[in-house]
Design a protein around this ligand. Structure first.
Ligand code: IPE
Ligand code: IPE
Ligand code: MG
Length: 249
C-alpha cells in the first residue's frame, strides 16, 4: 500500500490560550551598539526604549504579567563603568516612567538582591512599587541583581530557619511551600520565555519557574525588538502543544 502523505503542519485546532505571563531575557544591547561603532551604553539606552515599547504592547495585547531580566547577579562582574551607566539608566527610568506606568494601569515590582543596589535606587524602587500597587492591567516585574540559583538557595535557607525554630516540620516542605519563599510568590509561572540576540541559554533566570514554560529564541537584538516581534513570539507560543508530561489526542 502506498504510504499516506504526511499531513502538512498546521496550527492545532485548540491552540494554547494566552500567554498570561511573558518573561523576556533582554539580550544584545552591546552587540547592537558595536555593530554601529557606538559605545555599549548607547545600546543600553536603546534597550530602555524597547522596554517602554514592550510594556505598552503587552498591555495592549492583554498580557497580564510581563517579567523582564534587566541585570543579573553575574552582571556585577562587568567593568565598573558599564555597571555605573546601567545603574544610572535605571535611576533615570524609575524617575521618569513611574507616572506613565501608573497611567497605563501597570503594577511595578522588582525581584532580586536589593542589598547590592545603590540606596537611592532602592528608594526609587520602593516608591514605584508603592505608588503602582493598586494597578491591575499589567503586572510588570523587573529582575535586577537577580540570580535564580541565589533565589533558590535563599528559599531553602528560609525553610531551614523555620524548621530549626520548630515552626515547620520537614514534611511540610512541598512545592507550594518552596515557591512561596521565592521572590515570585504571588506571580504565576511564565507561559512564554523570549530570549533575544540569538543566544540559546537561560543564564540563571527563573530556573524553578520555567519548568514548563515554552521557550522562544529570536536573533533580533533587544534594541530592535518591538510590537511585531512580540506578536510573532506569541504566535509561535500559540502554535505549541503544551503537554506537561501528559498525552494529548
Ligand atoms: C543585555 O545586553 C543587557 C544586560 C545584560 C544588562 P548585553 O549588554 O548583554 O549585550 P550583549 O550580549 O553584550 O550584546
Ligand atoms: C542575561 O544576559 C542577563 C540579562 C539579560 C539581564 P547576559 O548577556 O548577561 O548573559 P550571558 O552572559 O550571555 O549568558
Ligand atoms: Mg548579553
Amino acid at each position: 500500500m502506498a504510504a499516506q502523505p504526511l499531513p502538512s503542519p498546521v496550527v492545532p485546532a485548540d491552540p494554547a490560550p494566552g500567554p498570561l505571563h511573558v518573561a523576556v531575557i533582554m539580550d544584545g544591547n552591546g552587540r547592537w551598539a558595536k555593530a554601529r561603532g557606538l559605545p555599549r551604553t548607547a545600546g543600553h539606552k536603546r534597550g530602555a526604549d524597547s522596554v517602554r515599547r514592550i510594556v505598552k504592547s503587552s498591555a495592549e495585547l492583554g498580557i497580564s504579567y510581563l517579567t523582564l531580566f534587566g541585570f543579573s547577579s553575574e552582571n556585577w562582574t562587568r567593568p565598573e563603568t558599564e555597571v555605573r551607566d546601567l545603574m544610572g539608566l535605571l535611576r533615570f527610568y524609575l524617575e521618569r516612567e513611574v507616572a506613565e506606568l501608573s497611567r497605563e494601569g501597570v503594577r511595578f515590582r522588582v525581584i532580586g538582591d536589593r542589598e547590592r543596589l545603590p540606596a537611592d535606587t532602592v528608594k526609587l524602587i520602593e516608591n514605584a512599587e508603592r505608588s503602582t500597587a493598586h494597578n491591575t492591567r499589567l503586572n510588570l516585574t523587573l529582575a535586577l541583581s537577580y540570580g535564580s540559583r541565589q533565589e533558590i538557595v535563599a528559599a531553602a535557607r528560609k525553610l531551614a530557619v523555620e524548621v530549626a525554630a520548630g515552626r515547620m516540620k520537614p514534611e511540610d516542605i512541598d512545592e507550594d511551600a518552596f515557591a512561596r519563599r521565592l521572590f515570585t510568590d504571588a506571580i504565576p509561572d511564565p507561559d512564554l520565555l523570549i530570549r533575544t540576540s540569538g543566544e540559546q541559554r537561560i543564564s540563571n533566570f527563573l530556573l524553578w519557574q520555567l519548568a514548563y514554560t515554552e521557550l522562544v529564541f529570536t536573533d533580533t537584538l533587544w534594541p530592535d525588538f518591538g510590537h511585531a516581534e512580540l506578536e510573532a513570539a506569541i504566535a509561535t507560543y500559540r502554535s505549541r502543544d503544551r503537554r506537561y508530561g501528559g498525552v494529548t489526542s
